[in-house]
Design a protein. Sequence first.
Length: 247
Amino acid sequence: MAITEPHLIGTDKPQSVESPLAFSTVKFHSQDDLKRIAAYKAVEYVESGMVIGLGTGSTAKHAVDRIGELLNLGKLTNIVGIPTSKKTHEQALALDIPLWSIDEHDVVDLAIDGADEVDPMLNLVKGGGGSLLREKMIEGACKKFIVIVDESKLVDYIGDCGLATPVEVVPFCWRVGGEESEPYVTDNGNYIVDLYFKKDIGDLKAASDSMMRLTGVVEHGMFIDMAMTVIVAGELGISIKNKQGLV
């Protein structure tokens, strides 16, 4: 399935491309309004016949709702969704979106999901809702991964906003790391440990490798070099950031 890329301009570096969509009639939008605007813009990339990775979270929910709406209106047909969580699975079923698993469609045409942080190189922190493993598996298998955020998610470096980077670990001996609170249990039956960075950690790939070498770590919430396009909604309009070398 060929994937069209509206409003994209190939550059040597990731850059913002101003969309024709501007907010001239409304001065202020709620954060949820901006999430919805970014999500609806991303769904413009969806074509009939595609296999779509359906993201999880408050922003991705709007994209799933929009896909369901367009299917109901007949403006999209023959769409197959692959949900990244049980919650998204339930949402998609309620919207009558046909669903399959990654085992049945190991190639995904397009995935749309939100993020907790986006750095200037389009690296992400995701998985605050505990769905990071399934998100990474499905979004890593897709031909094109579009991230949708409001402007508050843009950071200078991973960890800059002070939010936790989730790490999924096996339940066995999980308190060895000093955890005292009750664990968040993922869809896979594993636990989430919150990791906070006090400063820029530098080489994200080296940090990733170090974490993944720790016994008991299943996956972490840094999505490095995965996003191809980031759609950002802000008070001045929509900007589209493209991965380096994308045409």
